[in-house]
Design a protein. Structure first.
Lengths: 313, 281
């Protein structure tokens, strides 16, 4: 097992390198001189020169990359141009709402998707299955931000059950925190719930045809026991893979949903940084989220062994 | 094509309807200036935020502009963006997929790069690319295509790996045919069905990505209407004018749903063994 883990981590290095280079190159994609683009056309030349020097843009590209990379390895993402703080501090400050939103959406998505997927597989080709498949298709076709706007319309404006927008820290009470997160989490979870549910359905259908299911049934195990103990556990493996991917999609989707609900998360930070042309922050957030995604997928891979004892490393 | 349409109608009626909806949507969008609609930019402040009625079936917006007209005109921007993304990412994905699938040496380098690109969450990478490249239709298309082409490449690479081992390719190699002909004719043609299916899904994803980007103010800017930027404008009026939010969204859902239904059906027709569900992620 330790050897397998080490091998998997080593295999990630090239991917992380590409991620790093791509994030680094973002600043260099800016047409023309990034320093004068950042400061705008009216900036005095001396100020532009100072920023160019501060960003290291006056040095050769590979030197810039070396400096950037060696700082990155030490956890230094650079300084924000607009905010009086480092990029790492800015990310840390905006992390709470995004993590809360993503986590809640993932819990919601899994909680709805797996039971309904297993049920749809069990009642294959029934009316329930048809409704289920239509809901899945709708799930991947509805933009989360539009769903969010509709939820606001119904549950915040018409019914007044939830706040229209905003965010409360969980430190100031779990109730208000959940109330603010509920609608955005539902909006965000819908698409991913569809994807996970379909995976759970397909995997369960495959498992239900296996011999050990027939054995379990013939020895008189109750149908609920067959589904939960025999089918579900075996269908979880492919499903867990989708959950890893879905976490990335949720983090990414959170950027858009946060803007619908005016939440001070990472998405908000990115959008604001774009209008301020604060490229180090944009670069930092993108890099941070990509690395989180890579790490989560590694953990998901390692989880297989826990779920399925047949897999040995 | 009529043979295909008839086959679709008989075997997958829902998908045939979806195709019809897509043709209707693009047709009305293309013909919009000649349909006798009120001009999409005509401001009429006296009639702002009107509820749906006979002269304004989808109501009016905060400037008194006709929402129905603007939803139709949005198709003139969002649909071509979706098509352009589909074309660009299909070409890039096909080339990258063929090369990585056929040449072991390319595979090691290029596939790592594609995997690295896929490690970025889709919308976030598109946002960052647009932010760096600058706003505008061309840059938006490039940004979205760069996000989605690695997924296409992965599918073409998988087909290429399978086809490379098939007897007819080995025969072509034995006959001394050049790599260009083997890749371009023998392998590409046989890798086409999954590529076409993937392209319709990329089209659908591109429509969603374009909507999200213009909702965030990073797509085509008002006063040119797009479904995304209409929703952005409508956001503020959520309490006053719900129709302003509902109709542009329905246009997005209908377009994306039709593309997904069509793609699913085409995949079932060309490859009955494929697992249901679209190839995301």
């Amino acid at each position: 097992m330790p050897r397998y883990v080490a091998g998997r981590v080593a295999g990630l290095l090239p991917v992380l390198l590409v991620v790093g280079v791509t994030a680094f190159l973002l600043l260099h994609l800016i047409p023309g001189d990034p320093a004068s683009v950042i400061l705008g056309p009216d900036a005095p030349a001396a100020q532009v020169d100072r920023l160019r020097h501060g960003l290291g843009l006056d040095r050769p590209l590979f030197v810039q990359f070396g400096v950037w990379f060696s700082r990155l390895v030490r956890g230094d993402l650079g300084d924000s141009i607009f905010l009086r703080q480092t990029v790492a501090q800015a990310i840390w400050q905006h992390l709470g709402p995004t993590v809360g939103l993503t986590a809640l959406a993932e819990i919601l998505a899994i909680g709805v998707a797996i039971p309904s997927g297993v049920l749809a597989a069990w009642k294959r080709n029934s009316r329930f299955d048809q409704v289920f498949m239509s809901a899945v298709l709708l799930g991947v076709s509805v933009p989360s931000f539009w769903l969010g706007l509709n939820l606001i319309l119904v549950f915040a404006v018409a019914a007044r059950w939830f706040p229209v927008a905003g965010y409360e820290s969980p430190l100031r009470g779990v109730g208000p925190w959940l109330a603010h997160l509920a609608l955005p989490a539902v909006a965000l979870a819908f698409t991913q719930a569809g994807l996970i549910a379909r995976m759970a359905r397909d995997a369960t259908i495959e498992v239900l045809d296996e011999d050990f299911i027939r054995t379990a049934r013939s020895k008189g195990v109750a149908e609920a026991g067959v589904l939960v103990r025999h089918a579900l556990r075996n269908s979880l493996i492919p499903t867990v893979t989708v959950i890893g991917t879905s976490l990335a999609n949720l983090l990414s989707g959170a950027v858009v949903v946060e803007s619908v609900f005016v939440m001070p998360g990472l998405g908000n930070l990115v959008i604001q940084s774009i209008s301020r042309r604060d490229y180090p922050v944009i670069e930092g957030v993108v890099l941070f989220v990509a690395v989180v995604y890579v790490v989560v997928n590694l953990l998901v891979d390692l989880l297989y062994g826990v779920i399925d004892p047949r897999i040995r490393y | 094509m009529p043979r295909f349409a008839r086959l679709l109608l008989r075997r997958r009626p829902v998908a045939a309807i979806a195709l019809g909806v897509l043709v209707l949507l693009s047709g009305t969008a293309a013909a919009a200036p000649w349909l006798g609609l009120p001009p999409p930019a005509r401001i009429d402040v006296a009639h702002r935020l009107l509820a749906p009625s006979a002269p304004h079936p989808f109501g009016t917006d905060n400037f008194g502009r006709d929402v129905f007209t603007r939803v139709i005109y949005s198709g003139r921007v969002s649909l071509p963006i979706g098509m352009a993304v589909m074309a660009l990412s299909t070409v890039l994905g096909a080339v990258a997929g063929l090369l990585t699938g056929y040449y072991r040496r390319m595979d090691n380098v290029l596939t790592r790069i594609l995997e690295g690109l896929m490690a970025f969450p889709a919308i976030l990478l598109a946002i960052a690319l647009v932010a760096a490249l600058g706003l505008g239709v061309r840059n938006e298309v490039i940004a979205i295509a760069l996000v989605y082409f690695p997924r296409t490449a992965r599918i073409v690479r998988a087909s290429t790996l399978q086809l490379k081992a098939r007897a007819f390719v080995e025969a072509a190699v034995a006959l001394g045919e050049g790599d260009a002909r083997i890749l371009g004719v023998h392998i590409f043609r046989n890798a086409l069905p999954p590529l076409i299916v993937q392209s319709t899904f990329v089209f659908a994803e591109a429509i969603l990505a374009d909507a999200a980007l213009s909702f965030l103010g990073l797509g085509v800017k008002p006063p040119t209407p797009t479904w995304g930027n209409m929703l952005d404008e409508a956001h503020v009026f959520v309490t006053l004018a719900p129709w302003f939010i509902i109709f542009p969204g329905i246009a997005i859902v209908v377009t994306v749903l039709s593309l997904n239904l069509f793609g699913d059906a085409v995949r079932d027709l060309v490859d009955p063994h494929a697992v249901a569900g679209r190839g995301l992620g």
